[in-house]
Design a protein. Structure first.
Length: 467
């Protein structure tokens, strides 16, 4: 009998997705560029092997799948995807469906969807890492509704569940799913950076050791900040390295890696003129961390920045509240970016559904996302920071954010993400901004004109001193 679905690319993610699909009762055919990987995979599949058909050629793969076929690609984003599509294309029928499940740039997915000819195409973002792929990822899909509906039974079955609801959904046409996945990753960068910043305040400002910091994060994980990233940060802080006999955090080099999705988020936000300063600061912080030699040189010239805070400067409660405020501001920016993309690309992205899909399975899963889904439903079209539930939280917490950022500034503790969140918050509640000066400058040097408060468009100042 033929398989329900096929999968190409038995790397970290593909292998786990294939096992997940088999475990949910779907017969699956698999193919991998290196054939011995396919054999090893099938040999190690244990009792799930009965559901799995390993194949050695693309022809055999295609022949083993029930028509109309659905084939998942789980290969590195970029050229490998185009190459695989080109190799598959001559073997497929017009109703066969290729599903790119890698971390594609949504612009590539738009291009591939538009170029799909003689087959159908879906782009899906899959979040949750290896563990998620195996036991339940969050899945953000893009493409035609009829194509999504065809594979939805498989995708819903393998997705993470939040109170029984699958964390999988079609976000819109073509690249919409990969776009939402990209923003997810941008938010992930920001959540991680804010945690790293408060860790820095505890380590360098409060002189706390990693195990004590682990206990604080564990405690926060029982409150409003409950989230996977706080949970794993507590776990990371709590581990003692056997070789060095000290906390593993104290032996990990402080140079952060990245694969580019955070950067894509920032680039797209700039294209859309959507402000996402917290995510921007997080990406910038990773880039800055990578410049270790320059940081060393900086410390040699200027001396080390962080100094211990006076004991009464900040409480752990201040830090927790600052994180709550920072997190709300970050997500408000992220959802506003999605909203901007939705109008600009004509996608009608379902904001509450996005928050729902993110509630489980993905890296940024947290209890707050459930409240965000509610707020985005009840206050559709309004910035999340203005939705009453989150506005109340912000009213209660922004004082702590200010206190933490001020202490950081005074004592040389760099808090780029939290500080940008605060600056954005202050800008967003200032009716009379300082852009009147910008407009004056623009008119002075470029005769760009300005609107007057007392009425009228396109005025010019009497810049007699110009030229
Ligand atoms: P791996 O490097 O573990 O696996 C890559 C797979 O793609 C291998 O099966 C490899 O085959 C195959 N492959 C590589 N190049 C080509 C090519 N040119 N043509 C055909 N097959 C090729 O990658 P991951 O599983 O980690 O990632 C796959 C995708 O999933 C990426 O887009 C990644 O960004 C995304 N992703 C990864 C996550 C993670 O946590 N790792 C999380 C979410 C998404 P071979 O055995 O022959 O080398």
């Amino acid at each position: 009998s033929q398989s329900e679905i096929g999968l190409i690319g038995l790397g970290t993610m593909g292998a786990m997705l294939a096992l997940n699909i088999a475990e949910k009762g779907f017969a699956i055919s698999v193919w991998n560029r290196t054939t011995e990987v396919t054999h090893r995979f099938a040999a190690e599949a244990g009792e799930l092997a009965a559901q799995i058909t390993p194949t050695e050629t693309l022809q055999a793969l295609v022949a083993s799948i029930r028509s109309p076929r659905a084939i998942i690609l789980m290969v590195p984003a970029g050229q490998a995807v185009d190459d695989q599509i080109a190799a598959l294309r001559p073997l497929l029928d017009p109703e066969d469906l290729i599903i790119d499940a890698g971390n594609a740039n949504f612009r590539d997915t738009n291009r591939r969807a538009a170029a799909a000819n003689g087959y159908r195409f879906l782009g899906i973002g899959v979040s949750g890492g290896e563990e998620g792929a195996r036991h339940g990822p969050a899945i953000m899909g893009g493409g035609d509704a009829q194509d999504w509906d065809r594979v939805a039974p498989v995708l819903n079955a393998i997705a993470a569940k939040y109170e029984g609801h699958p964390c999988a959904g079609r976000m819109g046409e073509a690249g919409a799913g990969h776009f939402v996945k990209t923003v997810h990753n941008g938010i992930e960068y920001a959540d991680m950076q804010m945690i790293a910043e408060v860790y820095g305040v505890m380590r360098d400002g409060m002189g706390m050791q990693a195990p004590a910091i682990a206990a604080v994060l564990d405690d926060w994980n029982k409150g409003p900040l409950q989230s996977y990233l706080i949970e794993i940060s507590a776990a990371v802080a709590g581990v003692i390295d056997e070789r060095a006999r000290k906390p593993i955090l104290d032996v990990i080099l402080d140079r952060a890696g990245q694969k580019g999705t955070g950067r894509w988020t920032v680039i797209e936000a700039q294209h859309l003129a959507a402000p996402i300063p917290v995510i921007d600061a997080a990406v910038t912080a990773r880039n800055t961390s990578a410049r270790l030699e320059e940081r060393r040189a900086g410390q040699a010239v200027f001396g080390p920045a962080p100094e211990l805070l006076p004991t009464d400067a900040l409480t752990l409660r201040d830090l927790e509240q600052a994180m709550i405020a920072g997190k709300i501001l970050c997500y408000a920016q992220g959802f506003a970016l999605i909203s901007a993309a939705s109008s600009d690309f004509g996608w009608l992205l379902p904001l509450p559904d996005i928050a729902r899909v993110w509630r489980a399975g993905c890296i940024i899963r947290s209890s707050m996302l459930n409240d965000m889904a509610t707020a985005l439903t009840e206050d559709a079209g309004r910035n999340l920071m203005l939705a009453p539930f989150f506005a109340d939280h912000l009213k209660a917490c922004h004082g702590a954010l200010r206190k933490v950022v001020a202490a950081g500034a005074t004592h040389g503790l760099p808090l780029p993400a939290l500080a940008s969140g605060l600056a954005w918050f202050d800008m967003m509640r200032t009716e009379r901004s300082t852009a009147n000066m910008i407009q004056g400058q623009r008119d002075f040097f470029g005769a760009h004109g300005f609107q007057r408060l007392d009425g009228g468009e396109n005025h010019h100042g009497p810049w007699a001193m110009r030229g």
